[in-house]
Design a protein around this ligand. Structure first.
Ligand code: ADP
Ligand code: MG
Length: 602
C-alpha cells in the first residue's frame, strides 16, 4: 500500500498568510511597508490616507517610478522584488524593501487594489481579494502608484479581534509616517485621517523645521543640533533639552543608514550620553541618524526590518555616547564624560549614570537636607530615633501656632490642636495616645488617587475653572491620545478644548491640582505615562489616577498653610486605605505615648 504523502508544499496563499503574521501586525505595519515602497520607487511626494486608524482604509499615493503592467502582476506574487537579484546585493542594500513579501502578504489579509503607471503607456489596476487576484483593468493615471488596502484582517477574524481602538491604531500609524517623514527630508508628505489633514510637509525641509511640524513645540524648541564623525561613522540629529524630557520613550527616534530602527543598545547609549541630566524614568526627545558603512551592519534580521545588528556594537555605542556628551556639555555646560583609554570603556560604568547610581545619590542628599540646621549633638541623638525633630527655631509667623500645637497645651472642645509642618516635609499632630507623623507627599498622593478613582468610576466630577486657560502645543501623538481618552479626562476634571492643529487649551483641572500650580506639567506627564503604559483596558482608570496622584501631589519642600495641613490630614483619614500611598509606601506613623515614655526611661 502506498503511504499517504504527509509532507507537501504549501500553497502560495497559505505561505503568504503565514508571512503576513510576521510582516503585518497592525495597520501601522501596512503603512510602513507601503510608504517604504514609495520611497524605494524614488517618489518625491507621498500621500497617506487613513480611515478608522487604518482599520478600514489605508491608501498610499506616490509619484514614483510606477510599474509596467507585467511588473505590477509580478509585484503581488511572493518574493517578487525588483530590488535585489543575488545574495551579494543584500550586503549593500540601498533600498528599504528587499524581501519581496510585503505586497503579497498584505494582499492575503485584506482587499488590495494596486493602481500604477510608468507615465507613458496606459496604467493598470489590479484587485486582489484575500490573496486571489479578482480583477484587472487598464487605468488612466499619471506616473506613480496608488495602493489601497481595505478591511485589513477581514478574512482573519482572530487577527482583527486583536486590533485596538481606532485611536490607538491611528497613533501607531502616525508614528510610522512620522518616522518616514523624518528619514526623508527630501520628500514631501501629507497625512490625512478621517478626511482631516493631520499635516503636510514640503520636500527639502531642514530636520528642525520638519520636526517642528511633526512633534510638539516643547520638544523641538530647546533642542540642540548634533553632527559628528569618527572612524567611518557619522551621527547627526537633534537632542532635546533635558527640561523637555518625558516619561515615555516615544520621543526617541533612531535611524541607522536612513532606516528607522528600534535598538536597545543605541537607545541606551543615548541615555548614557545624557547621564545625570535625565531624571529617573525620564527620556529625552531625540532624533538620531547614524550612518555606518553598509558592511558594518546587518539589516536582514527580522522581516519587519526594524532590527539591525552591528558588527562592532561597542564601538558604535561609544561613538554615540561621546557625541551626545560633547553636544550637551557644549550647549549646557554639562561636565563632559571622558571614556576610558581608546574610548573602549563601557558606557555603563564610565559615567556612573545607571539609574541605580542616580537614586543613591538623591537619597543621600535628602538625608543631609533633613538634618540640616541641627547641632552636632542634636543630630547624634536624633539619629536612630526617628527622622523628625523639632525645628530649632520656629518658622516666621508660626511661633504662636507651635506653642499652641504642643501636645496638651490647650484642651477645649471647640479648639482643635494645630498641626506642625516640619522641614516642609512632615506634618506632626498630637493625637489621642501619642503623636501622628504624616508624610505630606505620600498622604496627598493617597488622597488624589482615591479622589480621581472615585470620579472615574462614576462620582460627579468636580472641576476648577482656570482663570487663564493654559494653551498647550501637543504633538500629533499626544493630541490623538487626548482624543482617545477624552471622556476619561473629562470625568476626572480636565476640560480640554481643541484649538486647531494640535493645540489645546486646558480650561479646567481637577481642583486638587490647582494647589500644586503645575497643571500643565501634570497633564502632559499624564499623557506621557499613558503613552508608555497603554491607554486602554481595564486598568486604565487606575493608571490615570496613579499618574495624577504621583505628579499632582504636593511635594517635599512645599510649604503648607495651617488650614491646608488640617485639610490634608482630614482627607487622608477619610480615605478608604489611608495607611499607604498608591505605591504601597506608608503615609503616616503614630508614635505612642508608651513609646515616648520608654525612650525617656520613665
Ligand atoms: P520589496 O519592497 O521587498 O521588494 P514588496 O512586496 O514591498 O517587496 O514590493 C514588491 C515589488 O513591487 C517591489 O520590489 C517593487 O518593484 C514593486 N513596487 C511596490 N510598490 C511600489 C511602488 N509604490 N512604486 C513602484 N514599484 C513598487
Ligand atoms: Mg517593500
Amino acid at each position: 500500500m502506498i503511504q499517504e504523502l504527509r509532507i507537501h508544499v504549501l500553497t502560495d496563499q497559505v505561505i503568504n498568510k503565514i508571512a503576513a503574521g510576521e510582516v503585518v501586525e497592525r495597520p501601522a505595519s501596512v503603512v510602513k511597508e507601503l510608504v517604504e515602497n514609495s520611497l524605494d520607487a524614488d517618489a518625491s511626494s507621498v500621500q497617506i490616507i487613513l480611515q478608522a486608524g487604518g482599520r478600514d482604509l489605508i491608501e498610499v499615493i506616490d509619484d514614483g517610478s510606477g510599474m509596467s503592467p507585467e511588473e505590477a502582476r509580478l509585484a503581488i506574487q511572493r518574493h517578487a522584488t525588483s530590488k535585489i537579484e543575488s545574495e551579494e546585493d543584500l550586503a549593500d542594500l540601498v533600498t528599504y524593501g528587499f524581501r519581496g513579501e510585503a505586497l503579497p502578504s498584505i494582499a492575503s489579509v485584506s482587499r488590495l487594489t494596486l493602481e500604477t503607471s510608468e507615465g507613458e503607456a496606459e496604467g493598470i489596476r489590479i484587485r486582489v481579494e484575500g490573496g486571489r487576484k479578482s480583477s484587472e483593468e487598464p487605468a488612466a493615471r499619471t506616473r506613480g502608484t496608488t495602493v489601497r488596502v481595505e478591511h485589513l484582517f477581514a478574512n482573519v477574524p482572530a487577527r482583527r479581534k486583536f486590533l485596538r481602538t481606532v485611536q490607538t491604531e491611528y497613533r501607531h500609524a502616525l508614528a510610522a509616517v512620522n518616522e518616514a517623514a523624518l528619514a526623508r527630508l527630501d520628500v514631501a508628505f501629507r497625512l490625512i485621517h478621517e478626511e482631516r489633514e493631520v499635516y503636510r510637509v514640503p520636500a527639502g525641509e531642514g530636520l528642525r523645521e520638519r520636526a517642528r511640524t511633526l512633534f510638539s513645540g516643547r520638544s523641538v524648541e530647546g533642542s540642540m543640533t548634533l553632527a559628528s564623525e569618527a572612524a567611518g561613522m557619522r551621527l547627526r540629529g537633534l537632542l532635546g533639552h533635558p527640561d523637555a524630557a518625558r516619561r515615555s520613550s516615544s520621543g526617541v527616534h533612531l535611524f541607522v543608514n536612513g532606516r528607522p530602527v528600534g535598538h536597545r543598545g543605541l537607545a541606551y547609549a543615548l541615555y548614557t550620553g545624557y547621564g545625570e541630566l535625565l531624571g529617573d524614568g525620564s527620556y529625552p526627545f531625540a532624533c538620531l541618524f547614524l550612518e555606518v558603512p553598509a558592511e558594518a551592519v546587518d539589516v536582514n534580521v527580522h522581516p519587519a526590518k526594524r532590527e539591525v545588528r552591528f558588527r562592532d556594537e561597542q564601538a558604535v555605542k561609544d561613538f554615540v555616547i561621546t557625541s551626545v556628551r560633547e553636544v550637551l556639555s557644549r550647549e549646557l555646560g554639562a561636565r563632559p564624560l571622558h571614556l576610558g583609554a581608546g574610548g573602549r570603556s563601557s558606557g555603563r560604568t564610565a559615567g556612573g549614570t545607571a539609574p541605580a547610581g542616580r537614586t543613591a545619590e538623591r537619597s543621600e542628599w535628602h538625608r543631609d537636607d533633613l538634618f540640616k540646621g541641627l547641632t552636632e549633638a542634636a543630630m547624634r541623638s536624633a539619629e536612630g530615633l526617628f527622622a523628625v525633630t523639632a525645628p530649632e527655631s520656629p518658622l516666621p509667623g508660626e511661633a504662636a501656632e507651635q506653642a499652641e500645637g504642643l501636645p496638651g497645651s490647650r484642651e477645649g472642645p471647640t479648639e482643635e490642636p494645630s498641626i506642625w509642618q516640619v522641614h516642609d516635609r512632615y506634618l506632626l499632630a498630637p493625637i489621642k495616645g501619642g503623636l501622628l507623623i504624616v508624610d505630606q507627599h505620600a498622604a496627598h498622593e493617597r488622597v488624589l488617587y482615591e479622589e480621581a478613582l472615585a470620579q472615574l468610576t462614576g462620582e460627579a466630577a468636580v472641576r476648577q475653572q482656570l482663570l487663564f486657560p493654559r494653551v498647550l502645543d501637543l504633538s500629533a501623538e499626544q493630541f490623538a491620545l487626548v482624543e482617545e481618552i477624552g471622556p476619561l479626562l473629562e470625568r476626572v476634571g480636565f476640560d480640554v478644548r481643541a484649538f486647531g492643529g494640535h493645540t489645546v487649551a486646558l480650561e479646567a483641572v481637577p481642583p486638587s491640582l490647582e494647589r500644586a500650580g503645575r497643571e500643565e506639567e501634570v497633564f502632559v506627564t499624564l499623557l506621557d505615562d499613558l503613552e508608555e503604559r497603554g491607554a486602554r483596558g481595564s486598568g486604565v482608570q487606575e493608571k490615570i489616577a496613579a499618574s495624577l496622584a504621583c505628579h499632582g501631589a504636593i511635594r517635599f519642600g512645599d510649604r503648607l498653610r495651617p488650614e491646608e495641613r488640617r485639610a490634608l490630614v482630614d482627607k487622608l483619614f477619610a480615605c478608604e486605605r489611608p495607611q499607604v500611598c498608591p505605591h504601597g509606601r506608608p503615609t503616616h506613623m503614630v508614635l505612642s505615648l508608651e513609646e515616648l515614655d520608654r525612650r525617656f526611661e520613665r
